[in-house]
Design a protein around this ligand. Structure first.
Ligand code: GRF
Length: 204
């Protein structure tokens, strides 16, 4: 099972998964890293690790259809079976959604459907949790469809909210759990415990 990563910023989730692979703890093979941000640490890390990496963005492809085509072509060229969104801040194009239907995973730092949706990213998610008074938050891994954060949920992992938390302490605790949860969910998929539509690339 070959993994392709799309990341925009920190890239710590992509890195945690690739590190799990290097440590022999991942039952899938990281194959390519793509970012819309040429300064993304995810790209720098891929470069260090000798993994194929690409900067594909609207700067290079002004037409969204061309960008969608370029990203899809890159994933197919590297034989990617499953796409891992790791802090990818751009909408996935229709070509890619069609070709990789049920094979694009995203991670969200709350227990969806709570604290999800279009403007729920980064610190806004954790601020919303604190405001709500919830005593438990967590991590959701879900399949990606046309709507933000609304694809079928594959796995959820709870994280406690402490009374003394602020947005930063809560975000850090959730991110730590994200780093464990993504690799674990990929392993469950690889073991057939979680079922997806796993065809060969180009044959979905
Ligand atoms: C994570 O909190 C993830 O849940 C959200 O964006 C953040 C990405 O962090 N989708 P990183 O880029 O993997 O460090």
């Amino acid at each position: 099972m070959k993994l392709g990563f799309l990341a925009s910023h920190g890239g710590s989730n992509a890195r945690a998964i690739i590190e799990a692979y290097k440590a022999g703890r991942l039952l899938a093979e990281p194959t390519v890293v793509i970012s819309n941000n040429s300064n993304s640490p995810a790209l720098a890390y891929a470069r260090e690790e000798g993994l194929p990496h690409y900067h594909l963005s609207s700067v290079k492809y002004a037409d969204p259809g061309d960008l969608d085509h370029a990203i899809l072509g890159t994933l197919l060229k590297h034989g990617v079976n499953i796409v891992i969104l790791a802090g990818y801040m751009k909408k996935i194009g229709p070509l890619m959604l069609g070709e990789y239907s049920n094979r694009i995973l995203n991670i969200h730092p709350s227990l969806l459907p709570k604290h999800g949706g279009k403007n729920m990213f980064g610190k806004a998610v954790h601020a919303s949790v604190l405001e709500s008074g919830d005593t438990t938050t967590g991590v959701t891994i879900h399949l990606v469809n046309e709507e933000y954060d609304q694809g079928p949920i594959l796995a959820q992992f709870p994280v406690p909210v402490h009374p003394s938390d602020d947005v930063d302490t809560l975000a850090a605790r959730v991110l730590e759990q994200e780093h464990l949860s993504y690799a674990e969910t990929i392993n469950r998929i690889a073991q057939g415990e979680l079922k997806l539509n796993l065809g060969n690339p180009g044959q979905s």
